[in-house]
Unconditional design. Structure first.
Length: 101
């Protein structure tokens, strides 16, 4: 049964100094990263600006996910070990988790 992906709220363009402080690598007043920074892209709508190296580290946590989406790559499914667990694993790995809990 297909699961409806949850869509985290995208980070809006900062409108105040405090909003800019939460994402200091973004161009103030825009939805663009400063030169040398990229979107972290850890989930659909993730607008946090980080270095390319930081983004790569985030992607290593869930390498079977389609970057920038809440979808798993072909042949993978959500582990679903707890509410909100969107780590992509093989169906066999998911079944092991479901037996544990």
């Amino acid at each position: 049964m297909p699961r409806t992906p949850r869509t985290p709220t995208a980070n809006p363009a900062p409108t105040s100094a405090s909003a800019h402080a939460k994402n200091p690598n973004r161009q103030p007043g825009t939805n663009q990263c400063q030169s040398g920074y990229v979107y972290r892209d850890s989930y659909e709508g993730d607008g946090v600006c980080v270095t390319p190296e930081e983004r790569d580290k985030w992607h290593e946590f869930n390498p079977n996910r389609q970057p920038g989406t809440n979808q798993c790559k072909s042949g993978y499914v959500w582990r679903d070990a707890w509410d909100g667990d969107d780590t992509c694993v093989t169906p066999k790995e998911r079944d092991k988790w479901h037996v544990r809990f």
